[in-house]
Design a protein around this ligand. Structure first.
Ligand SMILES: [Zn+2]
Length: 354
């Protein structure tokens, strides 16, 4: 039967070609060669017309079965290859967590570490603890009294405009809010000290605060402050200025100093803004510090007698000072971060630098 090859031989040839395929690419090429338009099976089918009707019918049925058998071989091999490739891909993607945890393998995750804001908060706490301060915390949800009223900002005090407040809707309008500063922790500390005989107070209060600010390079609606409060006998403005200066050199370095400029806050009198030597130009004057050599960091002042009266502290015996500044801002200044928003974006390439 010249021109009419043996059908069993066609199937056997196809079987060995299929078995030699190792990859998805291979099996695609083999499938075309053993079942495609130019395959031996297709050629054999096209030559059926030269046979007489009985032979044609019989051979046609046999070729049909052969084609089905070859297609089944191809599909079986294809599914085996797919499974093997998936398994080897999984193996390649496998991460040995024990190596990452041990820090011995650099990789996409690497070894975790505290966020820069947390690092900064820890460093600031360390500096103040070294200066004899305790660390205290308070709630982020406050009543109007703790956030404003007790701090000498009763409604409708014009100074409330200094804080764009997030209020919680708990039935009574503007009664409950997300604290706009850490200062309410001062009130909690002083009230507790009065009721337990816990004066004097030397404490710093770090924490998260909220204001309805539009995020930009220097503002975040959720930010971090650290507040300091000293209530003791014979405390003067010189103690405040000295404390700020000791902190500034301890945290930023011996060539960075502080200065106070008169300011207004409802809860301190007198009040001051404190500035520190520009950490970019070290006092020479640059664009960041508007050529002044100084950068404003926070506010401070002597505790207003109205605040002491609100919490029941005897102003004949006790006096004190308070100060507060941004933890995020400290991180920004110390590490020269152009845009504060980088602190909240959690871009691993940024965070890994610290
Ligand atoms: Zn400068």
């Amino acid at each position: 039967m010249s021109g009419h090859p043996d059908i069993d031989a066609l199937v056997e040839e196809a079987r060995s070609a299929v078995a030699s395929a190792r990859t998805t690419e291979d099996i695609r090429a083999v499938a075309a060669s053993v079942t495609g338009k130019k395959s031996p099976v297709a050629e054999a089918s096209r030559s059926l017309g030269t046979l007489d009707p009985d032979q044609r019918r019989e051979r046609g049925r046999a070729l049909h079965e052969a084609r089905a058998a070859i297609e089944a071989l191809v599909e079986e091999r294809r599914s085996t290859i797919t499974a093997e490739e998936r398994a080897s891909q999984l193996e390649a993607d496998r991460i040995d967590l024990t190596e990452y945890i041990a820090g011995t393998t650099p990789g996409p995750a690497g070894r975790g570490r505290p966020h820069l804001v947390t690092q900064t908060r820890d460093e600031l706490e360390d500096v103040f603890v070294g200066m004899g301060f305790e660390v205290a915390e308070g709630p982020e949800i406050e009543t109007d009294w703790f956030n404003f009223g007790a701090l000498n900002i009763p409604p409708p005090h014009p100074a409330r405009g200094m804080w764009d407040t997030f209020y919680l809707d708990l039935g009574v309008p503007e009664s409950t809010l997300l604290r706009t500063h850490t200062s309410p922790v001062q009130i909690h500390l002083m009230e507790a000290a009065v009721s337990t005989g816990g004066l004097p107070i030397h404490a710093v209060m770090p924490g998260r605060c909220y204001r309805r600010d539009t995020p930009d390079a220097r503002h975040l609606p959720v930010f971090h402050q650290i507040e300091g409060l000293v209530v003791d006998e014979g405390i003067t403005f010189a103690d405040l200025a000295g404390t700020i200066e000791v902190f500034t050199t301890a945290y930023f370095g011996p060539d960075i100093h502080s200065r106070l400029r008169p300011a207004y806050f409802p809860f301190t009198e007198p009040s001051a803004e404190f500035e520190v030597t520009c950490t970019i130009c070290h006092g020479e004057g640059c664009r960041t510090c508007s050529q002044t050599g100084w950068i404003e960091l926070g506010g401070c002042g002597m505790v207003d007698p109205a605040v002491f009266e609100a919490v029941g502290i005897d102003t004949e015996r006790w006096s004190g000072f308070a100060f507060g500044f941004g933890i995020d801002r400290c991180a920004q200044m110390r590490h020269q971060i152009a845009d504060l928003r980088a602190l909240t974006e959690n871009d691993i390439r940024f965070l890994r630098q610290f």
